[in-house]
Design a protein around this ligand. Structure first.
Ligand code: CP3
Length: 353
């Protein structure tokens, strides 16, 4: 960590004093960037790109080179784990991710291959090592995984869903089956994140994209409990790198999320940062939370929103500026520049003691 030239992300996650608020953007490497689309074209598709460590490195660095962000995020996907378990990931244009085989029964769970991160997901670890080498300490690299519940959603449904019918049927009608699947996934995610940290990731984020589809008690039972197991599992392995938990739509559960022992809680735009900060009493750092759609507004409006978000968090360390969810492909990269420059210009005022 001491070799990092810019360690603002890590300092913010540990609530240590710094000169300004760090900023990175969920899905910062992606289709809104023409240089990303060009590399994907050369790779022959998204899956081919994701399996090529040199090209993963190239697209991970693209937004950092363009906007001088305070962190890189590994270019990969949350669905690498189910793919390595034997489900056969593919992408259908217009339909998003799909699996050749889904998980519906006890026999399906028994048939899952337990992935060894270096053997079965070696291309991801090679990508981490390549990116960290090429970054040369410029900024930290964030590793990531999907949450067990979010991965289970794709595995049981066999792809994207709006209704969550199959996955909730398993959770509510056959809870012991669902708990078995989630336990297997929590162990796989823990091993996967530990391997990313060993390969050089300085922090990790768990994307719980679909935790917000659950009710109050069900969220704790089927999503949060397993994210807590991951945080504790990493600590038991001796890893002290910061963990960020991001539950989309999890604004009502911030205190419970903060109690898992994570360092950072990601928030979407439906939550007020100041309120969240008071609720968690400075025990965790908060990450977020601009509505990604705000990037469709004129630059002056984007800047005004950056100012409002910085002000809602208030003075002191413990805020990582980000969107409240991933950036969408239609965004003009110039508005991302406005966002980043606004954070750089406006945030020092909140860090003078
Ligand atoms: O943040 C980053 O820049 C790192 C890369 C990253 C990708 N996926 C690359 C990607 C990350 C962090 C993810 C996580 C991910 N993948 C999530 C959770 C994040 C969230 O926003 O909540 C989920 C739910 C997935 C599953 C997935 N993969 C979906 C729904 C899609 C989109 C399908 C589509 O066609 O719109 C993907 C594909 C994907 N993953 C793309 C990228 C850049 C687009 C693929 C392409 O280039 O064609």
């Amino acid at each position: 960590m001491s070799t990092l030239k810019n360690d603002r992300l890590l300092r913010a996650l540990r609530r240590e004093p710094l000169d300004r608020t760090p900023v990175w953007i969920m899905r910062q490497a992606g289709r809104y960037l023409p240089e990303y689309r060009a590399t994907r074209e050369r790779a022959g598709g998204f899956i081919e790109l994701m399996r090529n460590p040199e090209m993963c490195c190239e697209v991970t660095l693209q937004p950092i080179d363009r906007f001088d962000l305070d962190a890189g995020i590994l270019f990969s996907d949350i669905l690498t784990i189910p793919d390595a378990m034997g489900l056969g990931l593919y992408f259908e244009t217009g339909e998003g991710p799909c699996f050749k085989r889904s998980v519906r029964s006890e026999a399906d769970i028994d048939a899952l291959h337990i992935p060894d991160p270096e053997q079965d997901l070696g291309y991801v670890m090679d990508a981490v090592r390549t990116i960290v080498r090429e970054l040369g300490g410029r900024v930290p690299l964030i590793g990531f995984s999907g949450s067990p519940w979010t991965l289970a959603t794709y595995m049981v449904e066999g792809g994207s869903t709006r209704e969550f019918a199959r996955v909730k049927t398993m959770a509510f009608a056959e809870p012991e089956l669902m708990h078995r699947l989630l336990g297997i996934l929590a162990d796989a995610v823990t091993a996967y994140l530990a391997a990313q940290i060993r390969a050089g990731a300085a922090a990790v984020q768990v994307f719980d994209t679909w935790g917000g589809s659950l009710g109050h008690a069900a969220y704790r039972e089927f999503s949060l409990a397993y994210m807590q197991r991951i945080v504790q599992g990493l600590r038991a392995l001796g890893h002290t790198e910061p963990v960020i938990l991001f539950t989309k739509g999890g604004g009502q559960w911030i205190e419970a999320i903060a109690a898992t022992g994570c360092e950072g809680v990601g928030l979407d735009w439906t939550t007020d940062l100041g309120h969240a900060r008071r609720q968690t009493g400075g025990r965790v750092a908060l990450q977020g939370n601009m509505d990604p759609s705000m990037l469709r507004a004129p630059p002056a409006r984007v800047r005004q929103e950056v100012a409002a978000i910085l002000d809602s968090f208030g003075e002191g360390s413990g805020h990582v500026f980000n969107l409240g969810h991933g950036i969408t492909p239609d965004i003009n990269p110039e508005n991302v520049r406005v966002l980043v420059e606004s954070v750089r210009e406006l945030s020092p005022a909140y860090h003078r003691r």
